[in-house]
Design a protein around this ligand. Structure first.
Ligand code: SAH
Length: 235
């Protein structure tokens, strides 16, 4: 049987087929949660190898051997889009990581600002959430989750080639438009950016302040709605 609803991200896959060993939580998932057996097949993927149909040749509670049988999707580029968002409380941060993955970002960069109400985040949990979202929404890449950075530090090292759109609810900025190349969107915390932060952000090359419409959105809505607006038309 091929169960195409089982789609597993494996960080390392041989690019031209062959066997792969799966252990740890993923072996537990296949053997004990999904109760697959020898001869069953599933889909495995990553950004470099694309997606493959894989058949189980050996399975125990702790280790599974898969043989890659056929490539079902070749590797393909996905949007080169970063989301920089002021860190939120745990559940909202989790929500943003999941939805940003579905919407196609390549990098998730949590940011610490003066009004941010959280200063730490469990990166492993966010990586697990992003991996699961990529598995469920047919992405080939799992976004990279970066450790949190203070906003001024992020601005000081901002890569010159990447435009940054800062969501600013207080001014009459132009509406955020569709991205056509490498890009980044930044959203603030519940209390908004301070004037000092907005000034520092505005002094960074390649930065534009943008509106997400006339309604004031909560921080997590701004991140999700902003990405939808920005990335929906990505080719
Ligand atoms: N200034 C308000 C609300 C902050 S909203 C307050 O003092 O409580 C949280 C973040 O969402 C903002 O920093 C901004 O980045 C983003 N945001 C919300 N609504 C927006 C809009 N209509 N346009 C652009 N950004 C918006």
């Amino acid at each position: 049987m091929t169960d195409t609803s089982i789609r597993l991200h494996l960080p390392v896959l041989p690019a031209s087929g062959g066997a792969v060993a799966v252990s740890g939580g993923q072996a537990h998932y296949l053997a004990n949660v999904m109760r697959l057996g020898g001869g069953d097949s599933l889909l495995v993927f990553n950004g470099e190898a694309g997606e493959w149909r894989a058949r189980i040749t050996e399975i125990s509670r702790k280790s599974v051997i898969l043989v890659l049988e056929a490539q079902t999707r070749p590797p393909a580029p996905e949007p080169d889009a970063w989301l920089c968002f002021a860190l939120l409380k745990r559940q909202k941060t989790d929500l943003v990581a999941e939805k940003a993955t579905e919407l196609g970002v390549s990098v998730i960069q949590p940011v610490i600002t003066a009004r941010t109400q959280a200063d730490h985040v469990n990166l492993d949990r966010l990586r697990a959430i992003a991996t699961e979202a990529a598995e469920q929404c047919e992405r080939l890449h799992v976004p990279e989750i970066r450790p949190p950075l203070p906003v001024l530090k992020l601005m000081a090292a901002w890569p010159a080639a990447r435009p940054l759109f800062v969501a600013d609810e207080r001014r009459t900025s132009p509406l955020l438009g569709p991205a056509t190349g490498p890009t980044a969107l930044m959203t603030g915390p519940e209390g908004g950016f301070t004037d000092q932060e907005l000034d520092a952000i505005a002094r960074t090359p390649r930065v534009a302040r943008v509106s997400l419409g006339r309604r004031i959105l909560r921080a997590e809505t701004a991140a999700i709605a902003g990405l939808a607006l920005h990335l929906a038309a990505w080719p």
